[in-house]
Write a protein that binds this ligand. Sequence first.
Ligand code: HEM
Length: 333
Amino acid sequence: MLKHGKDSFNPFPIIRNAVSNVICSMAFGRRFNYEDIEFKTMLKNMARALELSVNRYMILVNICPWLYYLPFGPFWELRKTELDITAFLKKIIAQHRDTLDAANPRDFIDMYFIHAEEEKNNKESSFNEDYLFFIIGDLFIAGTDTTSNTLLWCLLYMSLYPEVQEKVHAEIEAVLGRDKVPSLTHKAQMPFTEATIMEVQRMTAVVPLSIPRMASETAVLQGYTIPKGSVIVPNLWSVHRDPNIWEKPENFNRRFLDEKGQLIKKEAFIPFGMGKRVCMGEQLAKMELFLIFASLMQSFTFLYPENAAKPSMDGRFGLTLAPCPFNIIALKR
Ligand code: HEM
């Protein structure tokens, strides 16, 4: 339950836990209680590890791999989190293997085991427990940090732009009132709420640098030759802040709505990347963002504590762009 009242609180743990429970339910068929200190600590360490993984000292590991095994410092912090997450996931996979009932699959892991069994005589098959571990790890990490950071940014922006928050509240009041539980069927009737989430996603580009690609052949792009084999890191953040595309890109405004208040789709809005390797969880993430944001806004007004210093809106860069730590007040509406 979200802590509410006039006292401010740190919203990071509860938002991370709520978001992570969605992917945990789908992948491993279980959710974790908000009081589960062990799970909360792991989520906190995971966010920290994503930050550390792009720390400038980490590049040294490419030159001296043994640094990764030092029993102290940022390398150790990163390795410890990797070991914790590995142990956590392997335990869940083993529990599934031991209790599998092929006639009643419970979740993604069970479905994977069933398919692996069907493929067991196929020598080309890549369905094995090692792959399962990496897939589950990808889903768990990618499905937790990105969506939680986006929601945290949404709350922060709402507390700093009360006039926008008021309009979201007005739309919620008109479509949902106080009692209807938000569902995806309401989304089409709530363009202001959706446009607000999109503008937060544009401003913050939670995955600022997309997954690296390699040029499969030499190409010329706008006069630049990209030789075959070059590694290319797409910079999504720069697309979202390009003044040639967006009017006053540094401003938070209602740019995703036309004059009639209808939603406008923009080609340069690419928070989930693009092309064949576009985010696999895009549809899930969009559902989560709408449902969780609308539910929170239906119940609360978010305020930034009066005497607290405003956080830097540049965020903290890790593999994802997280908001800087902040406390918030959630007043029951
Ligand atoms: C607001 C939330 C999210 C954002 C902003 C986001 C963003 C991204 C981006 C930019 C990429 C790289 C795409 C590219 O290389 O072009 C990506 C990849 C990926 N995302 Fe997400 N993501 C989000 C939520 C999720 C969720 C909930 C899941 C879990 C199901 C997920 C799973 C993945 C996976 C597995 C990949 C790798 C896909 C591949 O390489 O083929 N993401 N995401």
